[in-house]
Design a protein around this ligand. Structure first.
Ligand code: ADP
Length: 179
């Protein structure tokens, strides 16, 4: 199952590259210093150009579990939402709640910015080593709960998964969400 509707919002899963998404806002898997890095973060700054990092420097940082917004430079999106997921430390340091919070705060920001279409990568499951099956359940559960908790102008939430194993984990988690 690759698409479901919650309230008036469609949630979909695709395999792809977040930097190519023609949506109003893409979410970056950022670090707390907003300092740039590898993975999603590296790809966004490389393809988006230097203006995104200039804005990040002015903002200075972002706590784990939260998010901040900048422009999108040369990317096709209009906004980049820099979300800071937790580094996996065994699962007993509040990682689940921090991950859910990063998704919720990103959606709040996207809604405040007037975004109707939003694309997420799989936060924390690369360099931050969060186990992907667990992360997928938390991500989809948090997004669903947020969409069902209040009216929103967001019409589409797309998860853009970079490899087949990650897409499969999100497919399983979506199927397990229940009605
Ligand atoms: P984190 O530091 O939060 O773990 P990473 O960027 O290292 O973030 O990885 C998060 C996930 O994003 C991983 O599944 C990784 O394979 C994937 N990824 C890497 N580059 C891209 C990209 N350009 N578009 C979408 N997903 C990507």
């Amino acid at each position: 199952m690759e698409r479901r509707t919650f309230g008036s919002t469609t949630l979909e899963l695709v395999r792809g590259d977040i930097t190519e998404q023609e949506v109003d806002a893409i979410v970056n898997a950022a670090n707390a210093r907003l300092a740039g890095g590898g993975g999603v973060d590296g790809a966004i700054h490389r393809r988006g150009g230097p203006s995104i990092m200039e804005e990040c420097r002015k903002i200075g940082g972002c706590p784990t579990g939260s998010a901040v917004a900048t422009g999108a430079g040369r990317l096709p999106a209009r906004h980049v939402i820099h979300a800071v997921g937790p580094v996996w430390r065994g699962g007993t340091h509040g990682e689940d709640e921090q991950l859910a919070s990063a998704y919720r705060r990103s959606l709040e920001l996207a809604d405040e910015l007037g975004a109707r279409t939003v694309a997420f990568p799989s936060l924390s499951t690369g360099a931050y080593r969060f186990p992907v099956d667990r992360a997928a359940r938390i991500a989809l559960g948090a997004v669903r709960a947020w969409l069902e908790s209040a009216p929103t102008r967001i019409e589409l939430v797309r998860f853009v998964l970079f490899d087949e194993a990650t897409l499969d984990a999100y497919r399983r988690a979506l199927a397990e969400l229940g009605d």
